[in-house]
Design a binder for this molecule. Structure first.
Ligand code: CA
Length: 233
């Protein structure tokens, strides 16, 4: 599957050139010309975002800041005519990962996008937290409504409890890591309640029932004997 790039750029000529070159390099490109729309689309979970600084309305800095506030970790390449040092620092502080002053050579843009896509690759498996959504094999879980919906639109949405959601979020945010029951208790449960480690097991079983194709032979929510759990995307 080709990496998906979101291009947020209000100058059509620049956007066309960027799109053409990225597509030629094998990327799937979505182009929008407004910051507001860029912000909304960015939450869908792209591999890289090419973000122009100067946009009418919400500018690139606003968009980058808001994305980072929402914990969207998609790498951002900021484009701008302002090449001086202080604005570069502003861009990076806002959450941009890389910076390319205009005018730039297309091969350089493509190379930088490719580098960011490579960096993003481990963070874009079938399960990830993307903005307000948790994307999990075949499911999308909304963190605000705690509603889990199948991506194919089949069946009724399921409502997760607050604890189920925070456990899910914790596991999905630490893919491949060994998580002890104590780690999980500390993060997923508030200090006002003191459930036993057995409670963790029950909740993990519940997540398996919800999200595993075969809950008896889990592929994502794995038990590590004597150690705890590991989430595999
Ligand atoms: Ca612009």
């Amino acid at each position: 599957m080709s990496a998906r790039v979101l291009v947020v750029e209000d100058e059509k000529l620049v956007a066309d050139m960027v799109r053409l070159n990225l597509e030629h390099a094998g990327f799937a490109v979505t182009w929008v010309d407004k910051g507001e729309e860029g912000l909304a689309r960015a939450r869908e979970g792209f591999d890289v975002i090419v973000l122009d600084w100067m946009l009418p309305g919400l500018d690139g800095i606003d968009v980058a800041k808001q994305l980072r506030r929402e914990q969207v970790t998609t790498p951002v390449l900021m484009l701008t005519a302002r090449g001086d040092l202080s604005s570069r620092v502003t861009g990076l502080d806002a959450g941009a990962d890389d910076y390319l002053p205009k005018p730039f050579a297309m091969p350089e843009l493509v190379a930088r996008v490719r580098a960011l896509a490579r960096r993003a690759a481990p963070a874009a498996p079938v399960a990830r937290a993307s903005g307000r959504d948790i994307i999990l094999s075949g499911w999308t879980v909304n963190r605000d409504t705690r509603e889990a919906r199948r991506q194919d639109g089949q069946g009724e949405p399921i409502n997760l409890t607050e604890t189920e959601l925070s456990l899910l979020l914790f596991l999905v945010s630490h893919p491949g890591e060994v998580l002890s029951r104590a780690d999980i208790l500390e993060t997923a449960w508030g200090m006002d309640r003191a459930p036993t480690e057995r409670t963790v097991d029950n909740y993990v079983m519940r997540l398996r029932k919800l999200f595993e194709t075969d809950p008896e032979h889990p592929r994502h929510f794995l038990t590590l004997r004597g150690a705890g759990y590991r989430f595999e995307p």
